[in-house]
Design a protein around this ligand. Structure first.
Ligand SMILES: [Zn+2]
Ligand SMILES: [Zn+2]
Length: 354
């Protein structure tokens, strides 16, 4: 495999684990025959970006360019590209590569690649150049066509950007565990993930109950589609829902008592974690045993399901609630995210990087 020619593009990067991020120039490969070159128009800001920029997962190499909720316009395609043409509106999520041959990849579950070759949009390995992959905080990106997604024409592109991570992370487990009409579904935590979970559960026809610690989020939870909002610190409100849920999606990344939620599941009910608390969560055996309840986890979604999710959002007119920022406001945005001071996702207008 000969090294492709590279070009320079403007970006915003972290030089070390200490803030702030700043403007820089990075090198990317020019499209190979199967690649699509994308001018990035908007990009959602995920909590993972912050963890990665600050090396909180202990694998970051610097300079680091985060960003995996990317939407933009195709500006060039390789000679063998079949699915996309110049001008198409496209998206790129958390993955830009995988082995393509293992059982999980063959089933379109690239996020679980059995060979551990699910290539992150950032923090992975750029297989052509042998360097770390660089994410979407930049003017353009080059991605193999199999990992490029088509954006529905009717959706606002900026508000659709966070669908590529926050959206698919909540859509996929609800599809896997067949959330639908007649079910009672709980959503724990109203942040970037939780607000999308509320919208999807409602769109799937479930009775939706949002759990939050903040009384200030009750009205917003209902506006987003929750049928009921429970203040999780209120034991009486929690007890009123004991043994009644088919499915609960837990989007909280901080330490919290999941046993309180296990007790709310029906017989054979399932609680799925999509948040990733830093420390192990203590799980009591009896709430699991007594009603054959399950505890599970879920990670983004594969490429076919991510496209299915985008098409579903186009059909049902679902986007994220966003706050648009300029590229150089990213450092302030990180500080605000740490205080949960965002409704519900920051999106960067990439024209401000010019
Ligand atoms: Zn993410
Ligand atoms: Zn694989």
């Amino acid at each position: 495999m000969s090294k492709p020619v590279c070009y320079s593009t403007k970006a915003f990067s972290a030089a070390s684990a200490s803030p702030p991020l700043g403007a820089t120039t990075i090198e990317r490969r020019e499209p190979t025959p199967t690649d699509v070159k994308i001018e990035i128009l908007y990009r959602g800001v995920c909590h993972s970006d912050l963890h990665f920029a600050r090396n909180e997962w202990h694998f970051t190499q610097y300079p680091a360019v985060p960003g995996h909720e990317i939407v933009g316009r195709v500006t060039a395609v390789g000679s063998g590209v079949k699915k996309f043409k110049v001008g198409d509106k496209v998206g790129v999520g958390c993955l830009v590569d995988s082995c393509r041959t293992c059982p999980s990849c063959q089933q379109g579950l690239e996020q679980f690649c059995d060979l551990g070759m699910a290539g992150g949009t950032y923090g992975g390995t750029e297989k052509w150049l042998g360097t770390p992959t660089l994410g979407g905080y930049s003017q353009s990106i080059v991605v193999t066509e199999d990992f490029v997604l088509r954006m529905p024409a009717n959706l606002d592109l900026a508000a659709a950007a966070p669908l590529l991570c926050a959206g698919i992370t909540t859509y996929s487990p609800m599809r896997h565990w067949k959330v639908g009409p007649g079910q009672k579904v709980g959503i724990v935590g109203l942040g970037g993930l939780g607000h999308m979970a509320v919208k999807f559960a409602k769109a799937f026809g479930a009775h939706v109950v949002l759990f939050t610690t903040s009384p200030g989020k009750v009205a917003d939870g209902k506006r987003l589609g929750a049928d009921e909002v429970v203040i999780s610190k209120d034991e009486k409100q929690m007890a009123a829902h004991a043994g009644s849920f088919d499915f609960i999606i837990d989007a909280v990344s901080a330490a919290h008592d999941i046993n309180a939620y296990m007790n709310l599941l029906k017989r054979d009910g399932n609680l799925t974690l999509v948040g990733a608390p830093e420390l192990p969560l203590p799980v009591a055996a009896f709430p699991l045993l007594m009603r054959r309840r399950s505890l599970s986890g879920s990670l983004i979604g594969g490429l076919p399901e991510t496209q299915e999710m985008l098409d579903f959002c186009g059909k049902h007119n679902i986007t994220c609630d966003i706050e648009m920022i300029k590229m150089d406001e990213i450092n302030t945005a990180y500080e605000r995210m740490l205080k949960s001071d965002v409704k519900y996702r920051f999106v960067i207008d990439m024209a401000t990087l010019a």
